[in-house]
Design a protein. Structure first.
Length: 116
């Protein structure tokens, strides 16, 4: 949770969503582990990958919002746009995949036999 909070920049209001996202990310990575491996065998890579995956899911859920920026007097606030949020989500997922590459099975691989 601590790693996911740091990776996502989640505030208190988002913690109720971040916690189940962390559990789901843990279970997804656990299911992809190569035979005979445990999360503990992956060291810090497993915790970081689960945190980055949860942060990516949270970023995807944020969706960029309707207001990209506003100014009130001397204060200007600029949020992330939808494209920037999608890019962040992709980068977090790519980092998680890279961390777990030595330990996890491919997610998007399907092998089918071909008869000649």
């Amino acid at each position: 949770m601590t790693l996911a909070r740091a990776a996502s920049g989640a505030g208190e209001a988002e913690e109720a969503l971040l916690e189940p996202l962390c559990r789901a990310a843990y279970l997804r990575w656990e299911a992809r582990l190569r035979p005979g491996l445990t999360p503990e065998a992956c060291g810090a890579a497993f915790a970081c990958a689960a945190a980055f995956t949860a942060a990516a899911d949270l970023a995807a859920g944020r969706g960029g919002g309707a207001v990209a920026a506003f100014t009130a007097g001397d204060v200007s606030v600029r949020g992330r746009g939808a494209a920037e949020t999608a890019s962040l989500s992709r980068d977090l997922r790519r980092t998680a995949e890279g961390l777990m590459a030595p330990y996890a099975e491919e997610a998007d691989f399907c092998f089918r036999g071909v008869r000649g």
